[in-house]
Design a protein around this ligand. Structure first.
Ligand SMILES: NC(=O)c1ccc[n+]([C@@H]2O[C@H](COP(=O)([O-])OP(=O)(O)OC[C@H]3O[C@@H](n4cnc5c(N)ncnc54)[C@H](OP(=O)(O)O)[C@@H]3O)[C@@H](O)[C@H]2O)c1
Length: 243
């Protein structure tokens, strides 16, 4: 693999994905970043020296259409696209139980269906000894409604990915962050009180940074991490003790 790796980071235009893409780019890898907002993505790609490919990772037809722009061989796939869709406009969800179902499904699509679609679509392009890293969340263990349920599903799905590709030396792991600052995740919906409470839950009394997460992702993507697979690695300052 060395310096010639082909890396795909979904949601690489902002936050954690941007930091992950930057870490690979700095290491000399060829990096493709994806996302839905063309301008955000192209600006980030210019700064990173990466290639932007615009598509909605939660939409099967869009993923399929994007395949011709994605690399023909993939050494590292980072399924980072996602977020708590309860924080963004749900006007189209409708009322009553149908609206509740639509909102619930948005989180599932955004976080677990997206990762599964991109991994499935790129499966045949994964090189032997490739690395798959999917961004989960502390919410899989602590709650947060349909978002937590979606991230818990990511953990279970990851095990089957590790089983499916393991014989080829390919690893699949989840990195589960706690509160990470400098991202668009909360869409201005995190109160100071809640933020202080989340920081108070950590042992090191600070929020995480996108670089804290990127450091773990790059380790899991390294040749040295070849015997680490099917795991969830927690990056949360001890706010939750992953077991
Ligand atoms: N920040 C935290 O505290 C925290 C904690 C635990 C886990 N996480 C997880 O970390 C990951 C990265 O989030 P972040 O914190 O860096 O927030 P962020 O800045 O909002 O980044 C999310 C990125 O994913 C892209 N994205 C979202 N849905 C997508 C879709 N359907 N198709 C393609 N791209 C999509 C977004 O771009 P577009 O909108 O342009 O598509 C955006 O660039 C997420 O999976 C999130 O759940 C974050």
């Amino acid at each position: 693999m060395g310096n010639s790796r082909e890396v795909v980071v979904t949601g690489g235009g902002t936050g954690i994905g941007y930091a992950v893409a930057a870490a690979f780019a700095e290491a000399g890898d060829r990096v493709t970043i994806t996302g839905r907002r063309e301008q955000v993505l192209t600006e980030a790609a210019t700064l990173l020296g990466a290639r932007p490919v615009v598509f909605d990772a939660a939409d099967a037809a869009a993923v399929e259409a994007a395949l011709e722009e994605l690399p023909g061989r993939v050494d590292v796939l980072v399924n980072n696209a996602g977020g708590n869709t309860d924080f963004v406009d749900g006007d189209g969800d409708g009322a009553g139980l149908a609206g509740f179902a639509a909102a619930f499904e948005r989180n599932l699509r955004s976080n677990v269906v997206s990762a599964a679609l991109v991994t499935h679509a790129l499966g045949e392009r994964l090189a032997d000894d490739a690395r798959i890293v999917t961004i989960g969340s502390i919410a899989a263990r602590t709650g947060a409604g349909s978002y937590g349920a979606a991230k818990a599903a990511v953990e279970a799905w990851n095990i089957s990915v590790a089983q499916e590709f393991g014989a080829r030396g390919i690893t699949a792991n989840v990195v589960a962050p706690g509160l990470i600052g400098e991202t668009e995740f909360f869409h201005s919906k995190l109160s100071d009180r809640r933020r202080e409470w989340l920081i108070g839950n950590t042992m090191n009394k600070r929020p995480g940074t996108p670089e804290d997460v990127a450091a773990v992702v790059t380790f899991l993507a390294s040749p040295a991490a070849g015997h680490v697979t099917g795991q969830v690695v927690h990056v949360n300052g001890g706010a939750h003790l992953g077991k």
